[in-house]
Design a protein around this ligand. Structure first.
Ligand code: E4P
Length: 303
């Protein structure tokens, strides 16, 4: 599994590259905004082109740097993708261009299909595309068919979407125990069916309450962000697509583990999460004891 870092902050990129485990960087307009706000606090003037070139150089030729387009019309996205690719790919031959899977925003007068159009044109030009804002397996399949190099399912955003539908309150970094929620739902449904067993099958099938039990705890059959990744991995493997699944929108270490178990090719991880993944109270206690127990005879060996 490749590990990317989900940030545009140079400090975080530089530090994480020293660990020897990072294979790439993903950015988006919000991450670039956050990075620039940080840099501006230090009073520095930023030259955007030089800043991104430095990221590309640091990541190097064996890695990948994702940069996102900002327009929504196919022709403009194609132009922007070519501009970004021409400017930054020569640095270390590591650019992937992010294109949204759906370009529709109410009131914007742009349809749904521009993303797909741009992906297919750019893929045919051999520009690696990272298809972003993927929220369903079918979006991922369409992106793969259009020639995407990566598809990025947004896990936390799906977790939040399902929990909001269910009115479950949560903290932004919480792991969503959808398995527990599903067990509760299934128990409640069984009880409801038992209490209404005198009704016909047809009536129960159409019953509003039954429908609510069945449909509100998923997004059209996707139970949570991890489930989204699993379903995409399953579909793409079935047809031997070369497209890699790049699990994105990660909030906690359990998600990291579950993505690894699901067999996704790549995960992009926010900087803060690495510390959480390394920390364990028993590791700390064990380390403390080892440090205290070093005998002089052994210490002398290392002088
Ligand atoms: C990565 O490529 C994505 O842009 C990123 O993970 C965004 O997700 P988030 O804003 O929900 O964290």
């Amino acid at each position: 599994m490749k590990i990317f870092i989900d940030t545009a902050k140079l400090m975080e990129i530089k530090e994480s590259l020293k660990w020897g485990i990072i294979n790439g960087v993903t950015t988006n307009p919000s991450l670039i905004k956050a990075a620039l706000e940080d840099e501006k606090k230090t009073g520095k003037k930023i030259n955007m082109e030089e800043y991104i070139k430095e990221i590309c150089y640091l990541v190097g030729k064996n890695g990948s740097v994702s940069l996102e387009v900002i327009s929504l019309q196919a022709e403009k996205m194609i132009e922007e993708a070519q501009t970004l690719f021409k400017k930054f790919n020569p640095v270390a031959n590591n650019i992937a261009i992010k294109i949204p899977i759906d370009t529709f925003i109410k009131g914007n007068n742009i349809g749904h299909y521009d993303g797909l159009k741009a992906i297919s044109v750019l893929a045919r030009m051999n520009i690696p595309i990272n298809v972003t804002l993927v929220m369903t397996p079918e979006q991922a399949l369409l992106a793969a068919k259009a020639g995407a190099r990566y598809v990025s399912p947004f896990m936390a955003r799906i977790d939040n979407y399902v929990r909001e539908k269910l009115n479950i309150s949560f903290e932004p970094m919480d792991y969503y125990e959808s398995k527990l929620e599903r067990e509760i739902t299934s128990l409640k449904l069984t009880q409801y069916l038992r209490n209404n067993s005198h009704q016909s099958i047809a009536n129960l099938y159409k019953d509003k309450n039954v429908k609510e039990f069945v449909y509100t705890n998923s997004d059209n059959g996707v139970y949570d962000g991890i489930d989204l990744v699993k379903q995409i991995v399953e579909i793409l493997n079935k047809y031997n697509f070369k497209t890699e699944v790049l699990a994105a929108s990660v909030r906690n270490k359990r998600q990291f583990r579950e993505v690894a178990k699901a067999g996704a090719g790549v995960i992009t991880v926010p900087f803060f999460l690495f510390k959480e993944m390394l920390q364990h109270p028993k590791t700390e206690i064990g380390l403390k004891t080892f440090c205290e127990n070093v005998v002089d005879e052994y210490r002398d060996l290392l002088k």
